[in-house]
Design a protein around this ligand. Structure first.
Ligand code: SF4
Ligand code: SF4
Length: 353
């Protein structure tokens, strides 16, 4: 027999405590059944960056010999369950150390389970998830990404995720052992119903090989080792240039895009915009383009969803943050709609959706 593993995909820093608690809870539950286990975070994710996709792993087996091959890889493939703590990760993930773009189900084993915390149905979520060349199951636990684990832990998703894992992967942990951990080890008997509810209510949809979208996020290539120049060369970001008609258009480093860090996105109502420029000035990622009409339009390849522009906009109702997935059509890749593609007044004056 070989050991089994669970992968937890989460947003760096904001969900680290939650991901660790779930991984630890899996191993603690398995130990109640006489198994062994350990957890680890992916090496390249540390030190973590806020919002950037990261991964934790939990491995369980019946002997140390079984566990040993799982102790050294950079990340584990063929996971029995991939837990996703923010459904915007379903579009794909890029780590800050740029291990490469990964479809969210890439490390899920054939026949395994992709278990997502989401308010969407499995069918809706599948409109964002990349195709996989093997069958697997898509399971949904109702809930939304929660940032309240950042400084003071205040989330209950861990109880619900553990209950759901017991349902979709009973060969890993049972509901009984999860309940024991919650009561005996975590001293949270008041939360046991949450695990039971999600055990009963988790929605599961079988996914056939090739189902899903072709590719949710663009794949970029980086130089191979043999293609790199001698010595350390950091190319400068090219200078920007005026757009025809006057305003300045900033250039950006094409290798540093922050779109996969986003859970929410800003939307501008151009009908209310006074062109005060505060959003453009305050955006930490330089994500705004100035349109020929003097409006400030967001390039979503560079927007990390921090919400600063919304906070500084002085006009009530002009900028709002909306959930990333709910603002996209399932087959929209969410990338930049450059100023050449749309005028500020199309779609009734709303941009960014
Ligand atoms: S949310 Fe606003 S301020 Fe933050 S990166 Fe995006 S455009 Fe810039
Ligand atoms: S801060 Fe608001 S009003 Fe000012 S330019 Fe930006 S969107 Fe327009």
């Amino acid at each position: 027999m070989s050991a089994n593993s669970v992968e937890v995909a989460y947003r760096g820093v904001r969900q680290t405590s939650l991901a660790k608690r779930i991984s630890r809870g899996i191993v603690q539950s398995a130990r109640k059944e006489g198994k062994l286990g350990f957890t680890f975070g992916r090496y390249g994710d540390s030190p973590e960056r806020v919002g950037i996709p990261a991964r934790q792993f939990a491995v369980i087996g019946s002997s140390e010999t079984e566990l040993q091959p799982f102790m050294t890889p950079y990340e584990l493939d063929n996971n029995d369950v991939t837990v996703v703590l923010d459904d915007t990760l379903c579009r794909g993930t890029e780590s800050w150390a740029w291990h490469g773009f990964q479809p969210v189900n890439r490390l899920t084993r054939p026949g395994g389970v992709l278990l997502v915390l989401s308010k969407m149905s499995p069918g809706e979520l599948l409109g964002f998830i990349a195709q996989k060349g093997a069958e697997y199951n898509l399971a949904v636990v109702e809930g939304a990404a929660n940032w309240s684990t950042l400084w003071k832990y205040n989330d209950d998703s861990d109880f619900r995720i553990l209950g759901a894992i017991a349902r979709v992967a009973p060969h890993l942990i049972s509901l009984g052992s999860v309940e024991q951990v919650i009561v005996q080890d975590w001293k949270r008997g008041d939360k046991i119903d949450l695990a039971r509810q999600s055990y009963d209510q988790v929605k599961v949809r079988p996914v056939g090989a090739g189902e899903g979208v072709k590719q949710a996020l663009p794949v970029r290539s980086f130089p191979k080792l043999q293609e790199m120049k001698e010595a350390l060369v950091v190319p400068a970001v090219p200078a920007g240039e005026p757009v025809a008609g006057g305003p300045y258009r900033a250039e950006r480093n094409p290798n540093y895009r922050s779109h996969s860090a986003r859970t929410n996105r800003p939307v501008v109502d151009f009908a209310r915009c006074t062109r005060c420029s505060l959003c453009w000035l305050q955006c930490p990622d330089g994500a705004f383009n100035i349109t020929p009409d003097g409006f400030y339009d967001i390039d979503f390849e560079y927007c990390n969803g921090c919400g600063i522009c919304v906070a500084v906009c002085p006009v009530k109702g002009c900028m709002t943050m909306v959930p990333e997935l709910q603002s996209l059509s399932p087959f929209d890749n969410g990338e930049s709609r450059g100023i050449s593609e749309l005028s500020p007044f199309d779609k009734g004056g709303l941009r960014g959706i």
